[in-house]
Design a protein around this ligand. Structure first.
Ligand code: ADP
Length: 305
């Protein structure tokens, strides 16, 4: 499928981004945004790879069937991506959320999306990360991805975009969270549950999370096309054009979406995200705190050219 890649400038950050503008794995391998691993954990699958996409963007701007919110167990809104989603959806979202009676950690519920460009919002409640019980944290995080995918398929969604659940205020290490997320999606697809899904997008906001996905995607979704394994010198621009009419890789790379340059503000919403109601909350939090613009290294604040 041909991908039309826009150059996103800060003034376009409020323009909804359709899935067709987001790079899927075959293109990311061609652009060498992903590096094949010597010993991947799973065999290559071209059909899977065509569905998996990675983008660094404000998830509230993605025009996909469903976006996945990193919610808290009250489902009544909070900080981080939860706050951004509630702000962009408008007040009707919290009204519907009030009817849902909260949600357990490791589980998810689905609502309409109101003023958002997507059709549905899946509210997944990730675990607060506890370094003394990493297996339990992983089990709960995997549960979020599994249940979100089931809800998306069950509601006829063709595309779903995940935020990096638990990697913000809840303190889950980016690498471990990315591996659990990618592995759970791979299992779901391998089990044949994703037939109705055309796209699964991993949407990150910070570079640390994007880097983690760049590291682990090749382990679970290795390249299926031979050209992706060739050294750069062997791959010609004409080979690239032959893949669907795109321009040369250097040009395409330049046109990939710019990284966000700020963390969305959280004015008007409760500052503390988390009221934890389930058994996972007995454990002490691993210094959860809100990500602020001060956490972003200087070089990340510079728009990419
Ligand atoms: P949690 O409490 O589950 O950690 P957070 O909202 O604090 O939830 O963070 C989850 C992830 O969402 C983090 O990786 C954070 O960088 C990211 N994030 C924050 N705002 C946005 C946004 N507007 N779009 C996409 N991702 C976002």
């Amino acid at each position: 499928m041909r991908r039309l890649l826009h150059t996103y400038t800060s003034s376009m950050m409020s323009t909804p981004v359709p899935f067709s503008d987001i790079s899927t794995l075959p293109l990311l391998y061609k652009l060498r945004k992903l590096t094949p691993q010597a010993a991947p954990a799973h065999p290559p699958s071209a059909p899977h790879n065509a569905k998996i996409a990675l983008v660094r963007h404000d998830i509230t701007q993605l025009r996909v069937s469903a976006i996945v919110n990193a919610a808290n167990s009250s489902l009544l809104g909070g900080g981080g991506v939860d706050g951004a989603i509630h702000r962009a959806a408008g007040p009707d979202l919290v009204k519907e959320c009030r009817t849902l009676d909260g949600c357990d950690t490791g589980d998810a519920k689905i609502t309409s999306a109101y003023d958002l460009p997507c059709d549905k919002v899946v509210h997944a409640v990730g675990p607060v990360y506890h370094s003394d019980k990493p297996e339990r944290s992983e089990q709960l995080l995997r549960g979020c991805y599994r249940k979100s995918l089931e809800l998306a398929v069950g509601n006829g969604c063709k595309s779903i975009a995940f935020s990096a659940i638990s990697t913000g205020i809840y303190g889950y290490p980016s690498d471990d969270a990315a591996e659990a997320a990618i592995s759970e999606v791979r299992n779901f697809l391998d089990e044949g549950h994703g037939e109705g899904l055309e796209a699964v997008v991993f949407c990150n906001f910070l570079e640390k999370d994007e880097r983690a996905y760049q590291e682990y995607l090749p382990m679970y979704f290795p390249p299926a096309e031979e050209t992706a394994m060739k050294p750069a010198s062997e791959e010609t621009a004409s080979e690239m054009k032959g893949t669907g009419g795109e321009s040369a890789p250097e040009t395409l790379a330049d046109k990939l979406p710019d990284a966000p340059i700020t963390v969305p503000s959280e004015e008007g919403l409760p500052d503390a995200k988390k009221v934890k109601l389930d058994e996972a909350d007995d454990m002490p939090a691993a210094s959860p705190r809100k990500v602020t613009v001060e956490d972003v290294p200087d070089e990340e604040l510079k728009p990419k050219v």
